[in-house]
Design a binder for this molecule. Structure first.
Ligand code: TYD
Length: 138
């Protein structure tokens, strides 16, 4: 499985660092929504879903966390620990986020508004959907 991580340009100077993200220039989709998770309790694992069409970039802008990616065939765990690195998650990818440090702030840039109908929340349904997509060549 190919994992795509973006190393964002840091505009650092004697005052500190700054990262600027523009849709299409730095992020490969139109950014229609962003949300962030913080105050995640010790031992919590969240996510447990895939999306039928949503694309996302995850940036741990403070602290650290891990993301399990599962395309229905292969799994990979990615460690996020810098505010200038973004993990791209394409559609049809099961994800779980875990091992949040107490200070972790996980920012998510998303290609669409929140639409419950785009979620696949059952792993079995995800595998069926994945196989169906693979067979039809999508
Ligand atoms: P949830 O889907 O459980 O988060 P995750 O799957 O990433 O662990 O979302 C938690 C709550 O927040 C749930 O009630 C839905 C709501 N929510 C929104 O209203 N808008 C959003 O963009 C997101 C991501 C969640």
């Amino acid at each position: 499985m190919k994992v795509t991580k973006y190393a964002f340009q840091q505009h650092g100077d004697e005052r500190g660092q700054l990262v600027a993200l523009e849709e299409y220039n730095d992020i490969p989709f139109e950014i229609k929504r962003l949300y962030y998770m913080y105050g995640t309790l010790d031992g919590v694992r969240r996510g447990f879903h895939a999306h039928k069409s949503l694309e996302q970039i995850l940036i741990c802008i403070h602290g650290s966390c891990k993301v399990l990616l599962d395309n229905g065939y292969e799994k990979k765990t990615v460690f996020l620990e810098t505010p200038y690195e973004g993990l791209y998650i394409p559609k049809n990818m099961w994800r779980e986020m875990f091992d949040f440090s107490p200070d972790a702030v996980l920012l998510v840039l998303a290609s669409d508004y929140y639409k419950e109908e785009d979620y696949i929340r059952s792993y079995d349904e995800f595998l069926a959907f994945y196989n169906n997509q693979a067979e039809s060549g999508k």
